[in-house]
Structure formats: structure tokens, C-alpha cells
Design a protein around this ligand. Structure first.
Ligand code: NAD
Length: 294
């Protein structure tokens, strides 16, 4: 399929590579030229603007940081809207506010574009392996047309409801991950302060009910003080702010999420916003005056 891919960062770059490896014909675009050159080296064409990419393909995919970036790429000068035509399919895989997905779909529908919101979970390693989990909102006919393309990038693609539902699902995912990281951090601080080796605690509990994907992925890194991203704290702040905004609009109280958001904001104020979200433990390390190491 002729596919346009816009946003070649930590996630978009490996996802686009997997599409090329699967035999798709790609045109790529990013405001940063370096990943475009890298993808061109693998056979992709370099686009000159979102509008130009859009007008040349059947399906355009975006993988951008947040709602304002998606709105800029769709509605801005030389944006997707300018290049759009009736029958074009657009899949936004960025994690953004569900209300913005709905707003963007409404405008693009006026030009006959079929849009899905399809954020992902799994992080860079799964993006490289082509095994992210994809949560999709939109109409079923469009989902069925792009499902094979999504399954090149992910090990699952589940249609959860109408446009915006993919991002609501992603917010649910991000709440669970954030609270898990906070729980893991509190537990490891307790172990360290009480004089029990935190690696031993991890080994002892990982097979029980407290075991989790978060525990397995993050504990080995935090024991080395390795907070290289991965998923940056600033992006998790963005997701939790979108979760708070959506929760307030829908009258769904999420008090623990708001506390974890405040911890992440404290780390941002301390200059740690580019660290991996597993670096949340540094909030606890500071208030407990201890480092968690084995
Ligand atoms: P990133 O910042 O590494 O990449 C974003 C890319 O978009 C960059 O290459 C940037 O240059 C490009 N970009 C920004 N504005 C643009 C514009 N106007 N036009 C063209 N390109 C533009 O971010 P990422 O980590 O790849 O995350 C992308 C999305 O995926 C985010 O919504 C994030 O929350 C989500 N996500 C990330 C992870 C992860 O582990 N990193 C996991 C799951 C979901």
C-alpha cells in the first residue's frame, strides 16, 4: 500500500521501518531531517510537507507528541487537510486528548476522509519488534481496510468503539502504568530503608500477585540508576493531564492519578522531564533521602 508516515521519533521511526520491511511503499516526513535520511536509506521517499505526503498516498499515518502537534500537522499551513481528498484514510497513532481526535475527524470528514485514532502501548522495544498493542477508535469498515497494516506494527489491534475511543483506552492504560510505577517506587523505597536488598525483593515477589510488566521492565533499570528514555516523564505528564481533563469533563474522579501527576511535575521542576518515567522513583529517593540500589 502507498503509505505516508509523519513523525519519526522514538516510536514512529521503528514503526515506519517495519512497514518498509513488510513491502509497503512509504513517503516519510518529520521536521527533523535526520530520521528522514535514515528511512530514505531503507527505500522510503522523503516528503516535503504533510500536504504533499497526503496527496500522494492512500493512507497517511501520524505519530506525533501531543494534541497541538496533531492539530498543527492537520490544520496548519501545508497540512494534511490541504492535501486531503475523498477516500483518503488517516490513522493518527499519537496519544492525544480524545476530544481532539473527535474534532479532527469532524473536519476531515467534510473532505470525505476516513479517520481512526489508534494510539499504542509497549514503548520503543515493542515498536522495534513490531509488537505494540494498538487500541483503535473509528468505523469498522475503515478499521478492516487498515488492520493488516496495523498488524505489521503491532501484535494486536482492537477496535474499541467510535472515534476518540482509542485515546480514551490509552488514557486508561497510562493511568494504570503511572500508578504501577508509583506503587513499585514506594515498595522499593521501603525495602531499601528497611535494609532488605531491593533486587531480592523483586526476585521474591515478581512471580506472585504483585508481579507485573511494569515491575519486570523497570526494576532492573532503576537498580542501576538508569533512567534513559524509553518513555519520557514529560510525555507521561502530557497523558495524565489529558486523563485529568477528560475525567473532569466526564465527572470521573481519579484522585490517585492526580497525585502521581503532581510527583511527575515535581520531577519536571527539578529538570528531570527527559528521564524515563521509571525515574519517578527519584521523587521518593529525594523525600526519603536514600537511593535504591542493590
Ligand atoms: P518523539 O518526541 O520521540 O517523536 C515525535 C516526532 O514527531 C519527532 O521526531 C518530532 O520531530 C516529530 N514532530 C513534532 N512536530 C512535528 C511536526 N509539526 N511535523 C512533523 N514532525 C513533527 O515522541 P515518541 O516517543 O515517538 O512518541 C510519539 C507518540 O507516541 C506520543 O504521543 C507518545 O505519548 C506516544 N507513545 C510513546 C511511547 C514511548 O515509549 N516513547 C510509547 C507509547 C506511546
Amino acid at each position: 500500500m502507498k503509505i505516508g508516515f509523519i513523525g519519526l521519533g522514538i516510536m514512529g521511526r521503528p514503526m515506519a521501518k517495519n512497514l518498509i520491511k513488510a513491502g509497503h511503499d512509504l513517503i516519510v516526513y518529520d521536521i527533523n531531517p535526520a530520521p528522514m535520511d535514515e528511512l530514505a536509506g531503507m527505500g522510503a521517499k522523503k516528503g516535503t510537507s504533510p500536504a504533499q505526503v497526503t496527496s500522494a498516498v492512500e493512507l497517511v499515518i501520524t505519530m506525533l507528541p501531543n494534541s497541538p502537534d496533531v492539530k498543527a500537522v492537520v490544520f496548519g499551513a501545508k497540512g494534511i487537510l490541504e492535501g486531503a481528498y475523498k477516500g483518503l484514510m488517516y490513522v493518527d497513532m499519537s496519544s492525544i486528548a480524545p476530544g481532539v481526535s473527535i474534532e479532527v475527524e469532524k473536519e476531515l470528514a467534510k473532505k470525505g476522509v476516513k479517520m481512526l485514532d489508534a494510539p499504542v502501548s509497549g514503548g520503543e522495544p515493542k515498536a522495534i519488534d513490531g509488537t505494540v498493542a494498538i487500541m483503535v477508535g473509528g468505523d469498522e469498515a475503515t478499521f478492516n481496510k487498515v488492520k493488516d497494516v496495523l498488524l505489521v506494527m503491532g501484535s494486536s489491534a482492537v477496535l474499541v468503539g467510535a472515534i476518540g475511543s482509542g485515546n480514551t483506552t490509552k488514557l486508561a492504560n497510562q493511568i494504570i502504568v503511572a500508578i504501577n510505577i508509583a506503587g513499585m517506587s514506594e515498595a522499593m523505597i521501603l525495602a531499601q530503608k528497611a535494609g532488605v536488598n531491593p533486587r531480592k525483593v523483586f526476585e521474591a515477589i515478581r512471580g506472585g500477585l504483585a508481579g507485573s510488566t511494569v515491575l519486570n521492565a523497570k526494576v532492573p533499570l532503576l537498580l542501576e540508576g538508569n533512567f534513559k528514555p524509553g518513555f519520557r516523564i514529560e510525555l507521561h505528564i502530557k497523558d495524565l493531564m489529558n486523563a485529568m481533563e477528560t475525567a473532569h469533563l466526564k465527572d470521573a474522579p481519579i484522585p490517585i492519578t492526580s497525585q502521581v501527576l503532581e510527583m511527575m511535575c515535581a520531577l519536571r521542576a527539578d529538570g528531570k522531564e527527559k528521564d524515563d518515567h521509571g525515574g519517578l522513583i527519584q521523587f521518593y529517593e529525594k523525600i526519603a533521602n536514600v537511593q535504591v540500589r542493590d
